[in-house]
Design a protein around this ligand. Sequence first.
Ligand code: SF4
Length: 578
Amino acid sequence: MKNIFNNININNINNLYGLYLKSEQNRLVKRRDASLSAVIVFPNYYGVAMSNLGFLRAYELINQSGFISCDRAFLQDDASKGIISLETGKRLSTYDLIFFSLSYENDFYNILQVLAAEQIPFLSADRDKIFPLIMAGGVIAFLNPEPVARIFDMLFVGEAEAIFPDFFKNIETYNDSTIKKNKGEIIENCGKIKGIYVPAAYQFIFDAKKVNELKEIKSLPGFPEKIKRRWADKDSIFSSSVITTKFSELSNINMIEIERGCKRGCRFCSAGYIYLPLRESKPDDVLKTIESLNENEKAGFVGLGTMDSKNIRKIMEFSLNSKKPFSLSSIRFDCLDENNLNLIKETGLKTITLGIETGSLRLKRLINKDIKNEEIITVLKNIIEKGIINIKSYFMVGLPCEEKQDLDETISLIKTMQKEFVSSSKINKRIGSLTVSFSPFVPKAWTPLQWENFEDLTILRHKMDYISNSLKALPNLNIKINQVKSAYIEAFFARGSRLSLDILINSYKNKINLKKAAAGSGFNINDFIRKFDTHELLPWEIIDQGVTKKYLLKEYKNSALFKTTPQCFEGCKRCGVC
Ligand code: SF4
């Protein structure tokens, strides 16, 4: 994790933030007469945060409360004088409210870094009334917040549009001189609101004989047994970047939410499960935002499967007719028909990114993403022949039941892709690039593969070497092997428990890696990345996610039988969400 401006000679945080602010195209009007001050922290650098739509949406909603003025703060290389907000340069600890926006498990370490720089005690239980209320939301808060839960006074479990209004109602009568004094009462009252999780009100009892195995979760009287995840009203599904900047990782792209959720049911995909059911933004909201873009901005259509949206063609045509360039995230192979490819071609897009995951027939069925290799080759040929000359594709390694034969099928698919890529490129009289990226499979909470283990590191490295050695002689093929170590850390936290926080703090304080920190705390890191028994009580089951355990189990069994499940359909009630 490096500050993307390390190449710019700005070593003073105030100068750096001045440069950022100057670059921003800001659509947000803030109240300066607000009764409460807040800061929303993204525990990574500015460039990463500003390309995160969830972070920008929460920042917008808090400022729309009418009585809170919210600034932004980020991880800083230079934190010698503490962590300051971007807009006002105020220290974090001087705010009334601190909101953390959590999107990635690998940012957990950065949360400690931010708090330590401000001399704020890590645990909610250790903070008295002089400290601000510290809360967190974002996808981690409703996926599996347990490894960091005890840091926060409360967590927002679900979509901010749904929970914030109730939360705001509970704090609107306080001001900057009363809120900290009444912290205990506020936390207690908020813990009774649907979708707000007060970790201190729950006791996680672990089995004395089995390491990292939960026996029971007990709630304090008056608090719900489980925290019900909340959904935004169907009509309020829409967000776009309230601020754009050339310094974001997506440089001046205004992210426009086309849809939330996904109907495909890929069994490895946590976002696909926790954002169920698929809900589409109203086309009018999308078109108005496209129209409002200025000449420096480009539209970036965001969703888990943008091409699945029934409005996407209308949206793309509108953008083209209004001469507003756009890009698309997450495109499935089976959505790239002739018409869609023609529209994409007209935008002048030169790169398409596709998630293929595996070339193995049986593993495709196991993950419920059964797109035939022949179809992949045909679509690849069509893409290139349309003049879209670069293709990036993603694959996973370390999937359950994976054998050498499965890797060979993936290698064989890539060899055919490369051959077709080279021959189809002749028509364009220039050759672009074909990139294949490999990442380890990380089992995630709330997916049918949540019980599976993370592959042994040595085996994983062997598999990656085998793939890379089998492909490296092929011309015009870029091979990217993504960091096995960072996937290992992600896997440790993704299905972690309250015990993970002790290990994280030990690692931070003693500047040792997680493996050593786990050993120092009397654990083996493998206890956290192991296969879970389907009868076990899982740490994230403190949340009622909507998708039933029964359905996840059924899907888990289907995966073991290599049996696919059809996508969501009208009238379906099978998973418990609709
Ligand atoms: S109930 Fe059926 S349609 Fe609704 S989200 Fe679940 S699988 Fe999809």
